[in-house]
Write a protein that binds this ligand. Structure first.
Ligand code: ADP
Ligand code: MG
Length: 339
C-alpha cells in the first residue's frame, strides 16, 4: 500500500479546475456571469486567438473592495450565498465560489477592480493560483479581468483545445446567449481587435435579438406573454417561415440563466408538430421566471442543466401555451405532421 497523501490547495484547485474550466469559452462564461451578478450595465469581452492567448472582460459593476480581493481567489469563496437554504431563493448566476479559484489555477490572471466607495482601485496578478502582486491602481468603478495563456501549467489540457476558429465560434455562440439573456446590459464583443457585436442594452429582448440575428429573424417572430401558478414566461417564438436545421436559435433562460432543458425542448418540438418540417428546429427566445425553490440548478458545476420539481406540469403547460400562441396566429397546418 502506498502512503495516503492529503493534497495541497494548489493541487486541489488545479484538479477541480477541470470541472469548471474546460476551454476558453468556459472562462468567458464564468467571468461574464460574474459581471452580470455584479449589476453591470456594460460588459466588454475581448479575445485573441480564440481566447487561448488572451481574454479580457471589462465591466462597470460593483467591483471588489481591496480588502476582499485576495479572498475572491479562494475555493468556495462567494459573496452570493451563506448557507444551503439560500439556494432556494437564488437569483444570482454564481453561488459555488469556484470560478476565480479554478481559472486562476490554470492561467495567468490580472484583475483590476474598484468599488464606488473606494477612491483608488486594486490591481492583482495571480499565476497558477498564486498571488504574485497586489498594488493600488487608479481605475474606474468596476472590474477588468485579463486571462493570458490558459492551461500554461496543464499541458495535457492545452493539447485538447481546438483550433482558434473553433474556440472562437464557441465563444461567439456563448456571447450571443448571454446578450439575449440580458437585454438590459450593453454587450460589446471584440475578436482579434475586430468589433463583432454591440447590443444596445435598452432592456428590450427584441433589440438584442435584432443586433445578433438581424431583421429577417425578427420579422418572423410571434410575441408570447403568460403567467400561471407554475411560471411566468415572456419572449418570442418563430413562425412557420423561420426555422433552422440546428438548435442554435433555441434560447431558453430560466431566472436569467441560459439552460439546456430536455423537458422544455421536447415541449417546443411537440408544439411545432406540423407547423415546421419534421427534421427542422423551431426558433425561440424564452425568458422563464420560476420560483427558485421549485427548480434545482445545482446538478453540474457548469449549471447548464436544471431539474423541475413538477416536470410533467411544466411540459404540458409550455407545450400547450406555444401551440395556442401559434394557433392564434393562424400558423397551423402548413406542413403535414409527416413532412
Ligand atoms: P461565485 O460567482 O460562485 O460567487 P466566483 O469564483 O466566480 O464565485 O467569484 C468569487 C467572488 O468574487 C464573487 O462571489 C464576487 O463577490 C467576486 N467577484 C468576481 N467577479 C466579480 C466582478 N466582475 N465584479 C464584482 N465582484 C466579482
Ligand atoms: Mg462566478
Amino acid at each position: 500500500m502506498n502512503r495516503i497523501n492529503i493534497l495541497d490547495d494548489l493541487t486541489i484547485n488545479k484538479i477541480a479546475a477541470g470541472e469548471v474550466v474546460e476551454r476558453p469559452s468556459s472562462v468567458v462564461k464564468e467571468l461574464v456571469e460574474n459581471s452580470i451578478d455584479a449589476g453591470s450595465t456594460k460588459v466588454i469581452v475581448e479575445i485573441i486567438d480564440g481566447g487561448k492567448k488572451l481574454i479580457r472582460i471589462t465591466d462597470n459593476g460593483c467591483g471588489i473592495a481591496s480588502s476582499e480581493v485576495d479572498k475572491s481567489f479562494l475555493r468556495h469563496a462567494t459573496s452570493k450565498i451563506e448557507k444551503i437554504d439560500d439556494l432556494y431563493d437564488l437569483y444570482s448566476l454564481g453561488f459555488r465560489g469556484e470560478a476565480l479559484a479554478s481559472i486562476s489555477a490554470v492561467s495567468k490572471l490580472e484583475m483590476i477592480t474598484k468599488t464606488k466607495e473606494e477612491s483608488i482601485g486594486t490591481k492583482v496578478i495571480v499565476e497558477g493560483g498564486k498571488i504574485i502582486s497586489k498594488e493600488p491602481v487608479g481605475c474606474s468603478n468596476g472590474t477588468t479581468i485579463i486571462i493570458k495563456d490558459i492551461f500554461f501549467n496543464t499541458p495535457a489540457r492545452q493539447k485538447f483545445l481546438k483550433s482558434n476558429h473553433a474556440e472562437t465560434i464557441n465563444i461567439s455562440d456563448l456571447i450571443n446567449k448571454l446578450a439575449i439573456g440580458n437585454p438590459n446590459i450593453q454587450f460589446k464583443y471584440i475578436n482579434n481587435n475586430k468589433p463583432m457585436l454591440n447590443t444596445p442594452g435598452d432592456n428590450r429582448l427584441i433589440s438584442a435579438i435584432r443586433s445578433i440575428y438581424g431583421k429577417d429573424v425578427c420579422e418572423n417572430l410571434v410575441k408570447l406573454k403568460y403567467k400561471s401558478d407554475n411560471f411566468e414566461i415572456k419572449g418570442y417564438v418563430g413562425d412557420n417561415n423561420v426555422y433552422r436545421s440546428n438548435k442554435n436559435l433555441q434560447h431558453i433562460y430560466i431566472n436569467n440563466r441560459f439552460v439546456k432543458s430536455k423537458i422544455i425542448l421536447d415541449a417546443i418540438n411537440e408544439a411545432y408538430k406540423g407547423i415546421i418540417p419534421i427534421n427542422k428546429h423551431a426558433v425561440c427566445f424564452l425568458d422563464i421566471k420560476i420560483n427558485p425553490g421549485s427548480i434545482d440548478v445545482n446538478i453540474h458545476p457548469t449549471k447548464l442543466e436544471v431539474k423541475f420539481e413538477n416536470e410533467k406540469e411544466v411540459y404540458i403547460e409550455l407545450r400547450d401555451l406555444i401551440r395556442r400562441t401559434l394557433l392564434n396566429n393562424h400558423l397551423i397546418g402548413k406542413y403535414e405532421a409527416s413532412d
